[in-house]
Design a protein around this ligand. Sequence first.
Ligand SMILES: C[S@@+](CC[C@H](N)C(=O)[O-])C[C@H]1O[C@@H](n2cnc3c(N)ncnc32)[C@H](O)[C@@H]1O
Length: 205
Amino acid sequence: MSVKDLLNQLDVSRETQDRLEVFEQVICKWNPKINLVSRSSLGDLWMRHIIDSIQVYRSVQPVNHWLDIGSGGGFPGVIVGILAADENSGMTTTLIESDQRKSAFLRTAARECGVKIKVISDRIEKVEPHKADVLSARALADLNTLLGFADRHLDVDGVALFPKGVTWKKELEAARQHWRFDAEPITSLTEPDAVILKVKGVTLA
Ligand SMILES: C[S@@+](CC[C@H](N)C(=O)[O-])C[C@H]1O[C@@H](n2cnc3c(N)ncnc32)[C@H](O)[C@@H]1O
């Protein structure tokens, strides 16, 4: 499916697309300096990163507080903040990113896109527990480690969203040695072997 078709399918308004285009420009400006996305994926930014992030946002109903950890170049965190702003959802978006230069990028990107996003420049393990309704993490760590972060930062009724590649079944199996949780795999629109793991009820096994 083309980018245009997917944007329609994901119900992305013209106004949101305009802001996403601003974000694309900021990424392209900063990428040579701080390597936010691989150079090979820069030419396919919309499919590989932007649409991939929009589908994460669309996999849950609107919530009050969304926490994205290990946000790097802003996927999915900044995209989530842009969608929520344009849909007037009133949601608070918080990003945790330990790298100072990437945090500076995230703050600049949010400002240039005209959206309110809180960026915390610290390690996920050190930040006080957030009791978030949704916690997302993309390309950050294996599922076992991510569940530890979810245990720290999610509200008891919260939902974690983890985009995962072809190894997701093995990661689920390994994580079940240490954690109890419910997981629903949602097939990715951009990559047939990939899923978004929607995880609830995380407790130590
Ligand atoms: C591979 S990048 C992925 C970035 C983004 N989520 C994406 O999908 O493009 C992982 C990011 O997590 C950050 N990170 C890694 N460990 C972290 C930690 N313990 N606390 C905060 N940030 C961390 C790194 O600085 C890096 O920017």
